[in-house]
Design a binder for this molecule. Structure first.
Ligand SMILES: Cc1ncc(COP(=O)(O)O)c(C=O)c1O
Length: 386
């Protein structure tokens, strides 16, 4: 295998340790239904790709247009922002018919603003939520963020602060903005900052609740394998929370870029650590050096395997999706990239990837960097989606 198509598969040495997070109640789904444009995102049955890979089936949950934004992130950012505002103001957590009604009453609590750090999608989602609520936002981003992603955040009315550092540095700078009237809405967690990122994890539960309904309505089999992408591990934790108690329980596999395998590194030593890396990956949504403190126990408890992949796997996956008429960005294609790596060689038997395997993947974003998308796929996102 060439060095440009490398991957690192590890069995989770912490499996079964600690405890997962309690599943959130119905309130999350009720809240999401109140948001403008809420509907189920598609669950697509990829029969021909499954048969090419010698698998029983592949279902992919497509989050490239969620609540009118090109990634899944609004699910976590919206619920976390709402809960943070409820805590801060003492407003009611239940009983709202529309978000507009909540926004109207929020005005009485004085000018409030939001702050967040992002490698793209979370920041845009926080900025959108702020816009829907009539709040100002500042979003901190790493030095190398693509202009298209900065423009997208600014288009929500947010102020974008480009820092001279990586994503982890952006987190630190945004955290320092916390004040009596500025709420930090981070999707990652550190010592003493756990509530908001916990609500972000809860917010992602809607993805899997929808999948459950869709598997039944589309007459598809329950997954034997669930592959989830990991940046700081919040979505990975939500995946574990949903599937860990299932009987039969699917094998849960987390995918990271080789350049930013902070969850794999943390599982190796049994605690969250900050990795050393150049952080050069096109999967920028997954380009994180430190796992979320609050997500880690759930990941340690319930991920069966982790795989760190080189960009090439995700780029191949983008082209496979494009052939199926599906547009996925680089991070969005990581789960298919992981599946391609795992089914390519001897690891396929070890993980049970055979013609009985029913694999659930998530496309977590659309073409959030259209220029890079066209370079990789050879067609523009609109040509693919035609
Ligand atoms: C497109 C995309 N996929 C997956 C993830 C991973 O989510 P998490 O950071 O919760 O692990 C992110 C995070 O930014 C993302 O933007």
């Amino acid at each position: 295998m060439s060095t440009s198509t490398r991957y690192q598969l590890r069995k989770n040495p912490q499996l079964g340790s600690g405890a997962t997070i309690d599943p959130p109640g119905e309130a999350v789904a009720r809240f999401h239904r109140m948001l403008p444009g809420y509907e189920h995102t598609p669950l697509v049955d990829l029969t021909s790709v499954a048969s090419d890979l010698g698998l029983g089936g592949i279902a992919v949950k497509v989050e490239s247009n969620r609540l009118h934004l090109p990634s899944f992130k609004m699910l976590g950012a919206s619920w976390a922002t709402f809960r943070a505002l409820v805590e801060h103001t003492g407003m009611a957590a239940e009983g709202w018919d529309t978000l507009g009604e909540f926004a109207e009453e929020l005005k009485a609590h004085g000018p409030l603003s939001l702050a967040a750090a992002t490698d793209g999608n979370h920041g845009r989602a926080v900025a959108r939520m702020a816009r829907l609520l009539g709040l100002d936002t500042r979003i901190w981003v790493p030095y190398d963020m693509a202009q298209s992603r900065i423009d997208a955040i600014e288009s929500e009315g947010a102020e974008v602060i480009v820092i001279d550092g990586y994503y982890d540095d952006a987190i630190e700078e945004s955290a320092a903005a916390a004040s009596d009237n500025t709420l930090v809405i981070s999707d990652t967690s550190w010592d003493g900052y756990e509530d908001v990122p916990g609500w972000v994890i809860d917010g992602y539960s809607t993805i899997f609740a929808e999948v459950d309904t869709q598997l039944v309505s589309q007459n598809l089999d329950a997954p034997t394998h669930v592959i989830t992408p990991m940046g700081v591990g919040a979505l990975g934790a939500a995946t574990v929370v949903h599937y860990d108690a299932r009987d039969p329980r699917p094998t849960i596999i987390g995918v990271e870029p080789s350049e930013a395998a902070c969850v794999q590194a943390a599982l190796d030593v049994g605690k969250v650590i900050t990795i050393e890396s150049e952080f050069r990956t096109s999967m920028v949504g997954l380009n994180c050096g430190t796992a979320s403190l609050i997500a880690f126990p759930a990941l340690a408890h319930g991920l069966d395997w982790t795989i760190a992949i080189d960009d090439d796997w995700a780029e191949r996956a983008m082209r496979i999706y494009a052939d199926q008429g599906l547009v996925s960005g680089e991070s969005g294609a990581a789960t298919m990239g992981g599946l391609l790596a795992l089914t390519d060689g001897p690891d396929r038997t070890k993980l049970g990837f055979d013609d009985n395997a029913e694999v659930l993947l998530i496309i977590t974003e659309g073409a959030t960097d259209p220029h890079n998308y066209e370079r990789i796929v050879g067609r523009s996102p609109s040509e693919v989606a035609e």
